[in-house]
Write a protein that binds this ligand. Sequence first.
Ligand code: DHE
Length: 522
Amino acid sequence: MRACALPRGLAILAGAALLTILAPAQAGGPEALYRAQCASCHGADRLGGIGPALLPGNLSRLSPEAAEAVIRDGRAASQMPGFGERLDDAAIASLAEWLYREPEVAPTWGRDEIVASHEVTHPDGSLPDTPRFEADPLNLFVVVETGDHHASVLDGDTFERIHRFPTRYALHGGPKYTPNGRYVFFGSRDGWITKVDLYNLEVVAEVRAGINMRNIAVSADGRYVMAANYLPHSLVLFDAHNLDLMKVYPVVGEDGESSRVSAVYAAPPRGSFIAALKDLEEVWEIPWPLPTEPVVATGHMATPLEQRRGHDTPNFQVRRIPVPDYLDDFFFDLDYDHVIGAARGGQGGMVVNLASGEKVADLPLEGMPHLGSGITWEHEGRRVMATPHLTRAAVSIIDMSDWTVIKTLETDGPGFFMRSHANSPYAWVDVFFGPNRDRVHVIDKARLEIVETLIPEPGKTAAHVEFDRDGEKLLLSLWEEEGAVIVYDAETLEEERRIPMSRPSGKYNVWNKTRYEEGTSH
Ligand code: DHE
């Protein structure tokens, strides 16, 4: 189904608004101003168009003052012009204030809207099956550049940039690969899922799953994509081949209360998607059809029979797992037997068995552990996990056999992301918040100590690491508008080169992601 009213190149260059010149510019209240100045790009219903959706949920990360500044001055490197010469300060302030109000009629995004948004530019099987480049296709990095809403594809051996292309506005979370690494799926905060053929470096299909989306997951066999939404309260299942809609799951509890979805993940050893809910004390498990053979050569890939973990929920049906608390931020053990969740309010965590739904341990983790960034490694014959904290200058290290905190490392400030690789003796954590956000700590995984603190560029935020497939080199973001990714030798910790990028955020290595490498996110 194809229904995009705008040329792709324009539609994808988001962040944006083209000016509709209607005089007099300031006539009427904010609603009239919106219709005259903004609607042509952001949509009459504020659901987005060339520009992003402008509803309170979509704007929650932008302060009203920042919104006023964008209206006044425009956005660099996007099609959003400044309206400062057309609108006075009072008009800009009233327009910005109005954008943070809920619309009188709640927007809907169901089957019809999803299907109408669907566009297939290159049907599955229509493009050549060999890469257009020399680089190892399993060692590519995709780098998301949130500054001007682009993504770069890097050769993971030479670190040459193979390709750079525009993305939807505000990608968030990790892009997800098919197991052979050929296709990558991006999710945007505005609900767009974009499928890119990395062999041909082409966008092949797109669909809008929701209005305010959290993230996406791809099944371990690469056949299905699940999207998790805040608005509407839904999970949405697609056939990964061309992003055809398969099923919309309204997320409603047994008492009829609906819920936002915190996030959805693929759990390969279980053969299912697992979704955590923000407003219901439930985790949902949705199995995909079993393959006849394991499809991914990961260290913890089970045989198909073992994959189901003993329950017989039919394919694509929801298994509700009641849990003792709401789950906002969470992590899984390697076998996906347990979910480790942060307690609401940020003063601790809990471990829940996914078979029984029972809490098996409390975790004494004050200061909002950012469990979604957790990583694990083997330490003295047992598996440990480490997590930074969002409001505490610390990294907690937990023994996963008895769920005790075995060490707390003091850091130079609260951190956001952690990374390592099975072949590296070091784990890296940033200091994302506070005056020391230009620092990155290097932790010795054997000694459980910080052994180095790097300051790649004084005063500039340094964050988010990803290793190459062998764990020999790594990339660190200089998370600035005119930023860079920095290549380090993972052993000597020496900087090797810088590649200019526009506020690079996450970096994702094909091998590490498709092999569910223990030191990276999944
Ligand atoms: Fe994220 C991943 C939730 C704010 C950058 N973030 C994720 C994931 C979740 C999440 C559930 C995992 C998705 C996945 O990969 O499938 N993020 C949240 C929040 O709840 C929070 C705190 C508030 C919000 O507004 O949603 C939040 N995140 C941010 C940011 O402010 C960041 C720093 C900048 C941005 O671009 O929005 C940010 N989040 C990221 C990145 C990842 C991510 C780069 C992927 C990490 C990875 O390595 O996989």
